[in-house]
Design a protein around this ligand. Structure first.
Ligand code: SF4
Length: 236
């Protein structure tokens, strides 16, 4: 193991001397997911933004007033990264740092996410990162269903444009809204799901902000990312 990878694993709290088995995925699941991820996203439903290219979509988000969050945001947080990425990471909503900088997953949580990805061999620039909501809920409260309904078409169009092989949902709220379920995070982890109306596999893990508060769970997050790698297939 090279030194930088070891350093990242240590930052995550993963003891690199520990021998552990890779998460088990039935080969049919893994093969099916990797192949089907190439399938195109189904026709978008109500609230979607069909046909918009990246520039037009970003412009629409920047001027959006479709829910009350527009009144309290500093700026919208559209998304960042490789627009042809094989992996997409989807979080819940911008926090204070993101609202200030206009970029998702910055600050300490963002640094931990970067470290987790780097441990897998993925640079932040190689993935595309976005949130369910493009504007910060005041006080970092959970998104309201009406806000998600107003905003989720933007994310769907982003997914449609990126066509990722895999989506990693980080945190319970992101997973619930992506997958339209209310299962506990524990029940969602460790198995591939599908982004609705598509064949794109979704893997669920903890939000880095939660891991900062509960470092003992970093080991489980590392297991989730290894599982995601298995579902998505080899990195380029
Ligand atoms: Fe528009 Fe989404 Fe911001 Fe609400 S959260 S104002 S729907 S961009």
């Amino acid at each position: 193991m090279d030194v930088s990878r070891q350093r990242y694993l240590q930052a995550m709290g993963v003891q690199t001397w520990t021998c552990r088995r890779a998460p088990q995925v039935r080969s049919s699941q893994a093969e099916g997911s990797a192949t089907s991820a190439l399938a195109r996203v189904a026709a978008p439903g109500p609230g979607a933004h069909p046909g918009l290219d990246w520039g037009a979509l970003q412009q629409r988000v920047a001027g959006c007033t479709a829910c009350p969050l527009h009144a309290t945001r500093t700026q919208t947080v559209f998304g960042v990264g490789d627009r042809q990425a094989r992996w997409m990471v989807v979080g819940e909503a911008p926090g204070a740092d993101e609202d200030r900088q206009g970029e998702p997953f910055v600050g300490r949580a963002g640094q931990l996410l970067n470290a987790m990805l780097a441990a897998l061999g993925l640079a932040r620039e190689q993935i595309y990162i976005a949130n369910i909501l493009k504007c910060r809920p005041p006080g970092n409260r959970d998104p309201e269903p009406e806000e998600v309904a107003a905003c989720e078409g933007y994310l769907r169009r982003q997914i449609e444009l990126v066509q990722p092989r895999l989506i990693v949902a980080v945190g319970r709220i992101a997973a619930h809204n992506l997958l339209k379920t209310d299962l506990s995070l524990a029940r969602m982890r460790g198995r591939p799901h599908k982004y609705p109306e598509t064949e794109i596999p979704v893997v669920v893990t903890y939000h880095p902000a939660y891991l900062l508060r509960n470092p003992v769970e970093k080991r489980k997050a590392w297991e989730d990312l290894r599982f995601a790698l298995k579902v998505a297939g080899p990195l380029p």
